[in-house]
Ligand binder design. Structure first.
Ligand code: DC
Length: 222
């Protein structure tokens, strides 16, 4: 296993941005595991399937096109809630498990480490991760960030509706029977409710740095 930073947390908590910034800081590879569930959901919707049906979802998982991980089409709220549905199916989680593990064992580009963000990285995918963060923020603040982000993309949504969607997704992610969203017992909590991106990044770095630097030194010593 490489040096792994697991970043779990709620929707729109800032975990993705923090994970990317941490990866850049340490020169590690980064994977947004949510993109795998979103790509699966997109494939199901494109096929006219039902994201809550195992057979349709498995067909979608097999049709995942990784080159579309940066495609804005996977970032819509429709794909987000379909992703939450496919993510509750055990066979889908099993199908995506090995892929995530392979990335952590041997990150691309010969990188000594990897940062992976998602919902179950510190609890299920990499329980022995070097450092773990659990990122959260008040739902109202997350809805407002999402509203700003969408407005920046020229999409005008009702903020109250976004808040309801965020609450529904939190509930679905936290209450599913398989790999529910929860803070790992050894994860550090980072509440970004009143933190902008720079102070949040500084706090994240403060929480993981000592563990990461020491693991990198151990690796060098061989
Ligand atoms: O982080 P995100 O919003 O892109 O994730 C989309 C959905 O995928 C989310 O509602 C739950 C699911 N997901 C998951 O179950 N496990 C992960 N490791 C990542 C995402």
């Amino acid at each position: 296993m490489s040096v792994v930073i697991a970043v779990d947390g709620t929707a729109a908590s800032g975990k993705g941005t923090l994970a990317k910034r941490l990866a850049r800081h340490f020169g590690f590879a980064h994977m947004d595991s949510g993109a795998l569930y979103r790509l699966t959901a997109l494939a199901v919707l494109d096929n006219g399937g039902d994201p809550s049906r195992e057979a349709d979802a498995l067909k979608g998982a097999r049709a995942i096109d990784l080159s579309r991980a940066g495609d804005p089409a996977i970032r819509t709220d429709i794909v987000g809630s379909a992703a939450s549905q496919v993510a509750a199916i055990p066979a889908i989680r099993a199908a995506l498990h090995d892929f995530q593990l392979a990335f952590l064992v041997k990150p691309p580009g010969g990188s000594p480490g990897a940062v992976m963000d998602g919902r179950d990285i510190g609890t299920v995918i990499a329980p022995n991760a070097t450092a773990k963060l659990f990122v959260d923020a008040a739902p109202e603040v997350r809805a407002h960030r999402r509203w700003l982000e969408l407005r920046g993309m020229g999409i005008n949504r009702d903020e109250g509706e976004l808040l309801n969607e965020i609450r529904a997704r939190d509930h679905a992610d936290r209450t599913r029977t398989i790999s529910p969203l929860k803070q790992a017992f050894d994860a550090a909590l980072l509440d970004t409710t009143s933190l902008g991106i720079e102070p949040a990044f500084a706090a994240a770095l403060h929480l993981v740095s000592a563990k990461v630097e020491s693991a990198l030194k151990d690796r060098q010593r061989g």
